[in-house]
Ligand binder design. Structure first.
Ligand SMILES: O=c1ccn([C@@H]2O[C@H](COP(=O)(O)OP(=O)(O)O[C@H]3O[C@H](CO)[C@@H](O)[C@H](O)[C@H]3O)[C@@H](O)[C@H]2O)c(=O)[nH]1
Ligand SMILES: [Mn+2]
Length: 736
């Protein structure tokens, strides 16, 4: 093709309103300068040592918040949005010349991640609008469960009717569970409609068979006879102790692997990598690395899509979209991965536990503008070489066509099986670079972010793509404790990166622009953020009771910059949230979660990590629960916060909430008694009172859950009692 006629396969648009944002940021910056001026000028006027120390604390906290604000500005400085031209891709490459794509799906526990959900995800990716002979799907089962294997076996059979049905009706989404839940029953009597009912019935049968087996907890003998693969479980002593299990359920190279319309089926592979108690298995990162190796032996596609088991494909064009970047002749050669945002199917209108909306819809675009999107673990298409650890180099152009995978070459299935089992064994990685220089990284609980950083450090770029129809839909946790525990894992993982040699600001960073390095700090600093936040939640109320004023009088001129920052900064956050598709109530909920996470999850992450450094505890990847009982689901639908059981996190939340409430009450009574010209008190302690009121308002659901609710999701009496005692003690300490 002549250069003059070159048409790009994707385009990039900068976000609108950048000028407005930059002016806003500059104005806040000026206000912050005034705040520091105030802090420093009034410093010498302090009388007691307590006053001096709390003042220093305020100064440090404000300094910290300023630095953090500066980073949030960098992330938002230049967001970019991308779109693709899939028609050009088709006309340039046709169907024949498209590259192979391997899809890696991970599951870890059949009780937390029901096998029916896992196979809906698997079926949804098998049904991509992509030549099936170029598609291979691999499921890693860290639960090592024969029930999950049975579910996949059922899926491999159901695929024979599901895939032609999806093609014929242009089904969207291609997850049978989601599709039949949302698509209305057809009303005509045509043959097509009959087929709709037949397939639906067939899916329901599959589902009910799997659910029966799941309830039993093991596969009955008569079903075990259906497939020789079940024999592998004869050697399984527990999920933590078994040899590699590998079953090719559909072999795409097999000339008999056809759907009911005679078209090829994608290859489908089940893998439970070897587990032995004496080996560390490195959680999801380890699972992915085993899959990367096994897939390289079986299909070796040049592009790898990876999804979590709850993230079904919601857009059957997503692979083609991603390829528009990699296959663009002019600008695609250095792109290592294309990241789709995580979006969720089970959100309620006002998202009581938040859903990373700003992160997924805006900050990732900001990262892209600064040099490359983060890798967020799911919904990401990688170039195999980049994921395997190869450095980018202009001289060594990566040629995807060179990695041809010839489906016609037949090898004996048993020799492939033998090789693959060795590749998925515990000992395979010993004395290799896997997890360090190769594949997904092991040193952090957020293996995704660290792996993305390391890929960018090797000279690759990455892009963020957010098509109008979300590419994947997953599940957000439906209780407060699940959410807080998930965030604890994330912030702990980020802290691990911050304190490791991979910290962007210290690492060998020739290939990462400074603005991208700073952008990563926005998450790496989550955990340390807890200290400044705890300080602001506790100390101003404490000092209010002690009679120490920490902020300027509300009527003084120094009050203006404070008011400006407080009001304008929150307005900007609200506007941003609504722009990203949220509701006003949703924003309020998000603010609450922001406070809860900082005072519990992030704080616990610091403590846990410190214990780990002292070798008192070990890293654990607590898998997020994807199902809940009816009671919990009902409360989630009604957007009522679920506490349900005692947890030290809830004790902290409730104590802080009560402490601030007591503060307000005590102040009220004290002033009525002494009647110390009320307006004067409000003037001197105005900001502290305001802060206290805001905290009480934000904590309203906690008071309700302690004192006014009767359902099983309320705060347990034991936690309430504990918190009242602690908060009373703290208030007494402040007042006397
Ligand atoms: O030992 C393990 C633990 C987890 N998983 C799988 O990893 C995925 C993510 O686990 P989940 O409990 O759903 O974690 P989330 O917090 O929802 O996941 C986010 O955060 C993780 C990093 O902490 C990323 O890996 C994920 O992609 C990202 O969605 C799931 O498919 C699990 O089945 C494994 O395969 N093996
Ligand atoms: Mn998840």
């Amino acid at each position: 093709m002549g250069k003059s006629r070159y048409l790009p396969l994707f385009e990039t648009r900068p976000a609108r309103g950048r000028l407005l944002f930059r002016s806003y940021a500059a104005s806040i910056f000026i206000a912050i300068c005034f705040i520091f001026w105030y802090r420093l000028t009034y410093f010498p006027a302090l009388e007691t040592t307590t006053e001096t120390w709390v003042w220093v604390g305020m100064f440090l906290s404000e300094l910290w918040f300023t630095f953090y604000f500066f980073i949030t500005v960098i992330v938002r400085w230049n967001p970019v949005f991308r779109s693709t031209f899939k028609d050009r891709l088709s006309s340039r490459y046709g169907e024949e010349a498209l590259p192979g794509v391997d899809v890696l799906v991970c599951t870890a526990d059949p009780r937390l991640e029901p096998p029916t959900m896992v196979i809906s995800t698997v079926l949804s990716v098998m049904a991509y609008d992509y030549p099936p002979e170029k598609l291979s799907v691999y499921l890693s089962d860290d639960g090592g469960s024969d029930v999950t294997f049975y579910a996949l076996l059922e899926a491999s059979r159901f695929a024979q009717i599901w895939l032609p049905f999806c093609r014929k009706l242009k089904v969207e989404p291609t997850s049978p569970e989601a599709y039949f839940q949302m698509s209305p029953e057809p009303v005509d009597d045509s043959a097509m409609d009959n087929e709709w009912f037949i397939i639906k019935k067939s899916y329901e049968d599959v589902k009910s068979r799997i659910e029966t087996v799941t309830r039993l907890g093991k596969v009955p003998v008569d079903i075990r006879k259906e497939h020789k693969g079940f024999d592998e479980w004869d050697f399984v002593s527990s999920r933590h102790d078994h040899p590699s299990i590998l079953q090719v359920l559909i072999d795409g190279r097999d000339s008999n692997a056809f759907d009911t319309e005679g078209r090829a089926l994608p290859t489908l592979v089940y893998l439970a990598r070897e587990k032995r108690p004496q080996f560390h298995h490195h959680f999801k990162a380890g699972a992915l690395n085993a899959l990367i190796r096994v897939s390289s032996r079986i299909s070796n596609a040049p592009f790898i899509l990876n999804v979590d088991c709850d993230m079904y494909s919601n857009n059957s064009k997503a692979i083609r979209d991603a390829l528009c970047f990699f296959l663009d002749e002019e600008n695609g050669h250095d792109i290592a991965y294309v990241q789709y945002p995580q979006t969720f199917s089970n959100l309620t209108k006002n998202e009581i536990y938040g859903c990373l909306r700003i992160f997924m819809q805006l900050e990732l675009a900001g990262f892209d503008g600064n040099g490359g999107s983060c890798y967020v673990g799911t919904g990401c298409v990688h170039r195999r070489e980049a994921l395997c650890g190869m450095k980018y180099s202009k001289e060594l152009p990566v040629e995807w066509k060179a990695m041809k995978y010839d489906r016609k070459i037949r090898e004996s299935a048993s020799s492939i099986q033998q090789d693959c089992k060795a590749l998925a064994s515990c000992a395979y990685e010993e004395n290799t670079q896997w997890g360090k220089q190769m594949g997904v990284k092991y040193e952090s609980l957020v293996e995704d972010i660290l792996t993305g950083m390391s890929i960018q450090n090797k000279g690759w770029r990455s892009v963020y793509l957010n098509p109008e129809r979300p590419a994947f839909l997953g599940v957000v946790p439906t209780t407060l404790s699940d959410t807080l525990v998930q965030h604890k894992r994330w912030s702990e993982g980020q802290l691990q990166i911050l304190l490791s040699e991979h910290c962007t600001l210290l690492y060998d960073r020739r290939n990462m622009p400074l603005k991208l390095q700073l952008s990563y700090c926005i998450y790496m600093l989550w955990a340390p953020n807890s200290f400044a936040t705890l300080y602001f939640v506790i100390v101003p109320s404490f000092c209010m009771l002690k009679g120490i004023s920490l902020f300027p009088n509300i009527s003084s001129i120094w009050g203006v910059p404070y008011l400006y920052v407080i009001v304008v900064h929150r307005v900007q956050s609200l506007v941003e949230f609504v722009w990203c598709g949220g509701t006003v109530q949703g924003w309020l909920n998000e603010q609450r979660m922001w406070l809860f996470k900082r005072t519990t999850s992030y704080f616990f992450a610091v403590i846990d990590h410190t214990l780990k450094l002292c070798r008192c505890s070990k890293s654990a990847f607590v898998v997020t629960r994807k199902v809940a009982d009816d009671d919990v689901n009902r409360r989630y639908e009604q957007e009522i916060m679920d506490f349900g059981y005692s947890s030290p996190m809830f004790t902290i939340l409730a104590t802080l909430a009560l402490f601030n409430l007591f503060g307000l009450v005590a102040l009220g009574t004290k002033k009525v008694v002494t009647d110390d010209v009320l307006t004067k008190v409000f003037d001197i302690f105005g900001f502290q009172i305001l802060l206290c009121c805001v905290l009480v308002f934000v904590n309203l659901p906690i008071y309700r859950a302690m004192f006014f609710r009767k359902d099983s999701g309320k705060i347990p009496a034991f936690v309430t009692l504990q918190s009242i005692t602690l908060a009373l003690l703290a208030s007494a300490l402040a007042m006397y």
